[in-house]
Write a protein that binds this ligand. Structure first.
Ligand SMILES: C[S@@+](CC[C@H](N)C(=O)[O-])C[C@H]1O[C@@H](n2cnc3c(N)ncnc32)[C@H](O)[C@@H]1O
Length: 289
């Protein structure tokens, strides 16, 4: 039985509960179709594969790190530990489009976990957590209808309640971040962030820049932003997509000409490798609105 958001956010939890924490967050689907899905130690094999090559490049000390689409920041903490084990002194920023959320009480025993726009992420009914998103099977079992109806009826009401301050703010972040000098910020990878320009030595985009989530044109915008966030030649970029135990990813290095080059691959390499390699140092474009 899925724990309700209210119960989850009200219990102090501990580091030992990280698998349970992941289970809770992984069931949340964001309004742009992406999931908060993450897992502890998800990248152990990938880190073993890329460790030596990363060590060669980061061992000289300070290393500014950007983890894009960091979800709750759990694997961001693991990335910091990995880089420290390679000899770096990492200063880490994790970003995600969806970190702030709200608990809204609707009636006794009924509450909703919602994003700031009123998009329901989970319903809590009589102590049971119910997912708010619709899966294909729901169209066969007819469970889709009440879910779609609930969302369209509730969204304006939730948005109003949140705007009126009649909600409890929560942050969808991991307890593993507690006491760690890692900043987890809301940021959209499709929107240029001038404060990030030429700041980072190591950038990771894990399970976010997937063709299943975004089309090539949008991905080109994200890649152009990432390129601008690299400190300069020698900066590393890791793009990976994970399915169960399998990783398909590419480790890139920004070359002197301002173009990414492949350093190493795992599995079949990143499915967006061609898009990354074609990204030149031309001015960035804003996403068309
Ligand atoms: C599948 S999770 C990946 C989590 C983690 N990187 C990992 O691999 O375990 C994808 C994350 O990307 C975030 N996301 C979706 N769209 C985004 C955007 N435009 N900018 C930044 N983050 C985004 C989602 O909120 C979600 O937390």
């Amino acid at each position: 039985m899925t724990v309700t958001a209210k119960r989850f956010f009200s219990s102090p939890g501990s580091q030992a509960d990280l698998a349970l924490e992941c289970e809770f967050f992984s069931n949340l689907k964001m309004r742009n179709g992406t999931f908060k899905l993450t897992r502890p130690s998800r990248f152990a094999t990938l880190e073993a594969e890329f460790g030596p090559i990363v060590r060669d490049r980061v061992k000289n000390g300070p290393c500014a790190v950007l983890d894009i689409g960091a979800s709750t920041g759990l694997t961001t903490v693991e990335l910091a530990d990995f880089l420290r084990a390679q000899g770096a002194v990492p200063q880490v920023v994790g970003t995600d489009l969806f970190i702030e959320a709200h608990l809204v009480d609707l009636a006794p025993g009924i509450h909703v976990l919602s994003d700031p726009e009123g998009w329901p992420l989970q319903y809590g009914v009589a102590g049971i957590g119910i997912r708010a998103w619709v899966r294909r099977l729901d169209f066969i079992t007819l469970a889709a209808l009440p879910l779609l109806l609930a969302r369209s009826l509730l969204q304006p009401r939730l948005r109003r309640r949140i705007a009126a301050g009649a909600s409890e703010s929560v942050r969808m972040e991991s307890r593993a971040l507690s006491g760690r000098p890692i900043r987890l910020l809301e940021n959209d990878i499709f929107v240029p962030e001038t404060g990030f320009e030429q700041r980072f030595d190591f950038i990771r985009a894990a399970n976010i820049l997937n063709l299943g989530y975004f089309g090539p044109d949008r991905l080109r915008i994200a890649i152009a932003n990432i390129r601008a966030y690299c400190r300069g030649p020698g900066a590393l970029l890791l793009v990976v997509k994970t399915a169960g135990q399998r990783h398909d990813g590419t480790l890139f290095e920004l070359g002197e000409a301002g173009i990414f080059e492949v350093l190493d691959r795992i599995g079949n390499g990143s499915e967006i490798e061609d898009l990354v390699l074609e990204a030149g140092p031309e001015p960035r474009r804003r996403e068309a609105s």
